[in-house]
Design a protein around this ligand. Sequence first.
Ligand code: UDP
Length: 324
Amino acid sequence: MKILVVGGAGYIGSHMAKTLVGAGVSVVVLDDFSTGYRQAVRYGDLVEGSFADRALLDKLFTDHQFDAVMHFASFIQVGESVRDPAPYYRNNVANTQVLLDAMLAHGIKRFVFSSTAAIFGEPTRIPIDESLPSAPINPYGRSKWMVEQILADYESAYGLESVCLRYFNAAGADPEGELGERHDPETHLIPLVLQAASGRRQAISVFGTDYDTPDGTCIRDYIHVNDLSAAHLLAVKRLLAGQGSGRYNLGNGGGFSVNEVIETARQVTGRPIEVRFEPRRDGDPARLVADSRKAREELGWTPMFADLKTIIANAWAWEQNYPW
Ligand code: UDP
């Protein structure tokens, strides 16, 4: 099996490349390093460039016979997408269409897409299963939902089969310590909390304490990056086995508030973590918790690192060694 990992120098894409190579899959990573890191490309062959570059894609798809394409190269910051939506629609939607059209021109008809819980917006029920209507409340979520809709139309019209994986909150790091999370600027809760624990940052800001949740802070479903990678591998196997397209919500089914994450990080690290309470961040829903029964049943997916302490412990090991 040969797979193109678009965005393989990023957080989730780099873990994916490791999982694929470990499973005996041949991997080519395509990344322009606009947000990814060279040091993160430890598995697979690297092609440097943009997935919006049609000439580059034509060459890549002529040189290699890919069985499928996995796409991790999206912009991901909710708050930034509210302040400046243009790059979100350009990169996440328009550029993704360039990639899909190039795939079709070369007869590649299997695609695994990194979607997000943000397509559900402020959910009307928890936990969120796949039957809940999509109603994103920020440009980031809308950009991902637009691609899901494009994929449905491309399947009807052109026979492109896809699996859309709606990640809840990706977290943790490679348990072997080779890879981990790095964003610049970092905006995600767990790495920021751990930076406050290690002393790289003075304090963690808690965005909003007046949400309709037991302690007033937002509740999220944190899912280990290796469990996400495992789901992608199962998804691509599903496509290659001819079992057809699918859409799956990926989380552990347990929600933790921002305050609970900070308290767990204090326990795992044994360090004090200073907190500053601040106003709400734009575009944040109060609660996002997944019902992943469909992924368990149809993909045979079982999260291996479901415990929040394990997720934080892996991320903490990465934060302490932080080789890049
Ligand atoms: N959050 C926070 N302080 C931070 C970063 C995040 O309180 O410095 C909150 C954020 O408002 C959200 C939760 O932590 O409620 C998870 O945010 P993150 O950016 O990690 O992921 P998202 O849910 O936006 O995908």
